[in-house]
Design a protein around this ligand. Sequence first.
Ligand SMILES: [Zn+2]
Ligand SMILES: [Zn+2]
Length: 345
Amino acid sequence: MIAVRKIARGVGNIELQDVPEPHASSGQVVIEVNSAGICGTDLHIYLDEFETRPPVTIGHELAGVIVELGRDVEGWRVGDRVTTETYFSTCGRCLDCRRGRRNLCVHRRSIGSKEEGAFAQYLLTPASNLHRVPDGLDLEIAALTEPLACTIHGVLETAGVRAGENVVLAGPGPIGLLALQLAKVAGATVIMLGTHFDIKRLKLAKELGADAVVNVQEVDDVVESVRELFGSEGADLVVECSGAAAAAKTLVDLANRGARFCQMGLYGKPITFYQDAVCYKELVVTGTNASVTSAWPKALKLLAQRQVDGSRLITHRFAIAEWDQALETVKKKEGVKVILKPGLA
Ligand SMILES: [Zn+2]
Ligand SMILES: [Zn+2]
C-alpha cells in the first residue's frame, strides 16, 4: 500500500512510499482508514519541530472500519466503525502512567510520529485504543474525534470553561473553531481573534456561534475593542490556539486579574512575552498535551449530537497520492480541516 512517510529527521523529508500492509498480532486490530485529518502537528513534523522516529508513516486523526482482528481481541468485530486513540504504547510503569496520565508518559509512542500512522490505506492499533463511532455519525466527521478530544482535554477538563464566563480565543484554525464550539456548549460568551489571513475563518467562527470576532490587524487597540464587546469587562479565560507569539502577548493583555490562560497552540520555538503579568494578575496558566481517554466518548457524543458541528470544518479532501497538495493547502491556511481519503483514486 502507499503511505505518506517521514523518511528522515530534518525539514521536509516526507515522501510517498510503498510499504507492506500491516497484520494484527494479539490484542491488535487493523483498521481500513476511511478519512484521516491533517493536523498542525503534521506541519510541525514537516518542519521537524516535533519528535519523530523515521522512517514512519504520519497521520494520527482517523476513522475507519475494522478489517482484521488479532488473537484475544474481545468486543470488536470485522466491519465495526471505529476511531482510535493515538498512543500505540506507553510504559505502564512510570508515575504518570500509574496516575492515569498516559499522555504525559515520556516513553509514549504515538501513531503518526513514532509508530506507523494513518496516511495509508490500513492502520494497525491496539484494540484497547478503539472507540465505536455512533450510528449516524459520518466516518469523515468522526476523523475529527482526536482533535476534539485534545480540545476537550485542554478547554473543558483542564482550563474548565464555565457558563457565564467571558472567553477570548486566538486562532480560528481547526482547534480554535472546536474550542469555540465547546465554550459555547458550556455557556460562555466567546470572542474569536484572528488576522488578515483568517478573514474566511473568522466569518466561519461567527457562523459557528462566536458572539463576536475581531481582526486584530483592523482595530487600533485590541484590548479596548474586546472590552467594549464584552460590555466593559475583560476575559475570564483566554485560549491560545494560533501558535503565534504575538497572540500570546495580546491574550495576556486581555486577561482579567485572576483569569486563566490556556495554551493549546504550539509555537515550535521559544517565544518571549511579559511573564510578570502571570504574577501581577495572578493568572492560572494551563497546558495540554494531546488527550486523555475520558475526552474521547465526550468528543464522539458531541459530534454525533451535532452540538459540535464537524461538517463545517472539513473543507478539503485529497487522495493519499495528492498528499503534497494537501499539505500545501494546510500550510497556506486555505480552508480549515484538510482530510486525506485513501478511498479516493
Ligand atoms: Zn492532531
Ligand atoms: Zn509511562
